[in-house]
Design a protein around this ligand. Structure first.
Ligand code: HPA
Length: 273
């Protein structure tokens, strides 16, 4: 734990050495969802491998840059590419950037992801605001010794996604003519997609969406008492009674079609924070 604190301090000090205002909002961009960067007046774009103790992204669709800049007058820090458990990282590595962004001073965190839509009301390419989640990843980022500096040992999770931030995203999406649906996201390990029987099971336990990310970061954000919100792009329709094969290329392509709208929604909200 002392080691983790030292590593956070080293990464934070490195990022503070760039001349930049303290970021107020952190953003984690999901698979195929990099377009928000076009809304950022970029001050610095820092490859992950230059940042002390940052894991290196292994997935091609994730660019692996930490971006410091402004959206409107709001100073932001954005992760272009995130880390997943299926890549082989530990949960501590996956959530390390959230701890560093918090140490840099962010007050709110926005996340996006590509997810499979199990709720039959969801159509491919639509946007869904996460209302709640189910953690089915095999590990927890808070396991192990806990520093009081991180927050409570047993964080409350009664409202993991900030309702005020959610309402702002909803209002921005509605103003752009595309109201958000809302739903429960279940996080699985991956990297394989699910079988028909697994989709049936995940739907039965109360999930509307399934993906391989987001929940670890949200757990850590909650421990850090960092308000957060997340939006999924529905990249494929997961109907167990009518399931078509799907490839990562298709998932990325569909994410790309929704990226412009999602980025506009995020940019509008961030500029007004
Ligand atoms: N499962 C199914 N479909 C998906 C996923 C997933 O984890 N992510 C994106 N589409």
């Amino acid at each position: 734990m002392d080691l983790l604190l030292e590593q956070i301090a080293a990464a934070t000090a490195y990022l503070q050495s760039f001349s930049f205002a303290q970021p107020r909002v952190g953003v984690v961009l999901g698979t195929g969802l990099g377009e928000l960067v076009k809304h950022i007046t970029i001050a610095h774009s820092i490859p992950y491998q230059q940042i002390p103790h940052f894991p290196e992204s292994t997935v091609e669709s994730h660019k692996g840059h930490l971006i410091l800049g402004h959206i409107g007058t709001t100073p932001v820090i954005a992760m272009q590419g995130r880390f997943h458990y299926y890549e082989g990282y530990t949960m501590q590595q996956i959530t390390f950037p959230v701890r560093v962004m918090k140490a840099l001073g962010i007050e709110q965190l926005l996340l996006s992801n590509a997810a499979g839509g199990m709720n039959p009301a969801y159509k491919k390419g639509s946007l869904v605001l996460l209302d709640d989640h189910i953690n089915m990843q095999p590990e927890n980022p808070l396991r192990g010794l806990n520093s009081p500096a991180f927050g409570p040992r047993f964080p409350d999770m009664s409202r993991p996604y900030d309702p005020v931030l959610g309402q702002k995203l909803q209002a921005a999406a509605t103003a752009l003519g595309a109201p958000l649906q809302s739903g429960v996201y279940v996080s699985v390990m991956g990297p394989n997609l699910e079988t028909r029987a697994e989709y049936r099971f995940l739907r039965m336990i109360g999930a509307d969406l399934v993906g391989m990310s987001t929940v670890p970061e949200v757990i850590v954000a909650n421990q850090l008492q960092l308000p957060c919100a997340a939006v999924s792009v529905v990249t494929d329709e997961c109907d167990p009674d009518n399931l078509h094969p799907v490839s990562i290329e298709e998932i990325i392509a569909v994410a790309g079609t929704a990226d412009k709208l999602l980025s506009s929604v995020f940019a509008q909200v961030i500029a007004a924070l």
